[in-house]
Design a protein around this ligand. Structure first.
Ligand SMILES: [Zn+2]
Ligand SMILES: [Zn+2]
Length: 397
C-alpha cells in the first residue's frame, strides 16, 4: 500500500502551505541524491517526498487528493502497484526542475531565495530538463465503464491513436542523426529584436523562427516523418482503474501522451471516466439502489425473494408487515470504496405491486378480503394510518 502523502512529509492533514513547504524542504535536502550518491533508498525517498509535495502544494491537487486519495491525483499505487502511471514524479528530471524552481524561487539565484539550491549543493548541474526537442502534447480519452466494473475496479487495454516516436530515425528527425547549429540564432534558440521607441530602446526575446527554439537544425531529414521525429501510430495502453471512480474522474498516465518532436518528452495521457447508466441500479455514492415490486400478500406475510446485485442474484428476506418504500439493506454489494478495501451496500426499495388485470375470481377474493375488519386503514386499527389521516387533514383543510 502506498504511503499517505501527509505521512510522507510528516505533517498533519490540516497543515498550512508554509508548514508543508518547510517539511518538504527539510526532507528534500536530507534525501537529495547529490548528498546520497548511489543510495537507492534515498533516491526512492526523494521521489516519494517530491511526489507528495507536488500534490500537497497545489490547492487543486490537494483537494482532489483529500477527496479521492491517490487515485484522485492519478497516482499509481491506488491500483495496487505496477507504477505504469507513476504519480507526480517518476522522472527525476521533472523532479529536479520542480525542485530548482522552488529553491530559486523565481528570484535572482542564490540571492533572493531563502535557501538557494546552488548554496546547498554547490552548483546544481542538473538544472532543467535533460532532454532535447519539443515536449509532446497531452492526450485525453474517454473510458466508458459499467457499474459492475466500477464496483470492483478493472484493468482495461485501450487502443490509442497518437504521435509516436518515428522508428526510422529513432525520433531524431534525421536519417543519420546529424544536426548542426542553427544559423539564425547560432544555437541559442532565441532571437533578439531591438526596437526604439520614445521611451527608449526595448529588446524583445522570441523563439527562433528557423529552428523553433531548439537551437539546432537537422541535416538529411528523415523521409518517414519529414524531420519531425514523430508520426501517427497506434499503441495499446493498459489502464488499471481503481474501484469507486465516478463520472468525470480522470487518471493521469505520465508520459503516455503524444511523443515530442525530435526527442522531446512525451505528454501525458488523461483517461476520463464515463459511467454507463445501469438499467437496474441507481448509484448513490458508493451505495446502489434497486427497486423491487412485491405483491400485497407477500408484504403482509413476509417472503423470500431473489434480487439481482452487482455480483449476481442474492436471496433477500422480506419480513412480515413490510411497508411500501421500505429500504432493505444488502451489505457489501455496493461499489468498492476508492480508499480502502470495503464496499458500499445495496438497498432494495420495496414497492407494492398493484395488478392491472384481474380475473373475476381474483376480484371476488379481494372483495371478500375487504370485508375483513383489519384490512383497511382506519383511525382505530393503525397508528401509522391515523398519523397519515391527521397529516392529510392538515394539508387539505
Ligand atoms: Zn523519422
Ligand atoms: Zn535557431
Amino acid at each position: 500500500m502506498k504511503k499517505e502523502y501527509y505521512e510522507v512529509l510528516g505533517v498533519s492533514r490540516t497543515a498550512t502551505k508554509d508548514e508543508i513547504k518547510k517539511a518538504y524542504r527539510k526532507l528534500a535536502l536530507q534525501f537529495h541524491p547529490d548528498k546520497n550518491p548511489d543510495n537507492k533508498d534515498a533516491e526512492e525517498h526523494f521521489k516519494e517526498v517530491n511526489e507528495a509535495y507536488e500534490v500537497l502544494s497545489n490547492d487543486d491537487k490537494r483537494r482532489r487528493y483529500d477527496q479521492f486519495g491517490h487515485a484522485g491525483v492519478g497516482s499509481s499505487a491506488a491500483s495496487g502497484g505496477g507504477g505504469q502511471y507513476g504519480g507526480g514524479a517518476s522522472d527525476l528530471n521533472d523532479i529536479f526542475s520542480a525542485f530548482n524552481d522552488m529553491f530559486s524561487g523565481g528570484k535572482s539565484r542564490g540571492g533572493g531565495s531563502p535557501f538557494g539550491f546552488e548554496e546547498a549543493f554547490g552548483g546544481g548541474g542538473r538544472r532543467g530538463r535533460a532532454s532535447s526537442g519539443i515536449p509532446g502534447t497531452d492526450l485525453k480519452i474517454r473510458l466508458k465503464l459499467t457499474l459492475e466494473e466500477i464496483a470492483k475496479g478493472v484493468e482495461k487495454t485501450l487502443k490509442i491513436k497518437k504521435q509516436v516516436t518515428c522508428p526510422e530515425c529513432n525520433g531524431s528527425g534525421s536519417k543519420s542523426g546529424a544536426t548542426e547549429n542553427c544559423q539564425t540564432c547560432h544555437g541559442s534558440g532565441e532571437v533578439r529584436q531591438a526596437s526604439k521607441t520614445m521611451f527608449g530602446q526595448f529588446v524583445n526575446i522570441a523563439a527562433c523562427p528557423t529552428c523553433g527554439g531548439e537551437g539546432r537544425i537537422i541535416k538529411d531529414r528523415c523521409t518517414s516523418c519529414y524531420g519531425e521525429g514523430i508520426k501517427l501510430g497506434e499503441v495499446t495502453v493498459k489502464v488499471t482503474v481503481p474501484s469507486g471512480v465516478e463520472d468525470g474522474n480522470y487518471l493521469t498516465l505520465r508520459g503516455q501522451g503524444n511523443s515530442g518532436p525530435r526527442g522531446g518528452v512525451a505528454g501525458d495521457l488523461l483517461v476520463v471516466i464515463e459511467e454507463i447508466p445501469h438499467e437496474l441500479f441507481s448509484r448513490h455514492g458508493d451505495d446502489v439502489v434497486y427497486s423491487l415490486a412485491v405483491s400485497f400478500p407477500d408484504l403482509v406475510l413476509g417472503t423470500k425473494v431473489e434480487v439481482p446485485t452487482l455480483d449476481g442474484a442474492v436471496k433477500l428476506t422480506i419480513p412480515p408487515s413490510t411497508q411500501p418504500e421500505t429500504m432493505l439493506r444488502i451489505a457489501g454489494h455496493g461499489i468498492g470504496h476508492l480508499r480502502g478495501s470495503s464496499r458500499g451496500d445495496q438497498y432494495v426499495k420495496v414497492n407494492v405491486y398493484v395488478p392491472k388485470d384481474l380475473s373475476h375470481q381474483d376480484k371476488e377474493l379481494l372483495k371478500d378480503l375487504k370485508k375483513s375488519s383489519g384490512i383497511s386503514p382506519t383511525a382505530h386499527n393503525d397508528k401509522d394510518a391515523k398519523g397519515f389521516f391527521e397529516k392529510a387533514r392538515d394539508i387539505f383543510s
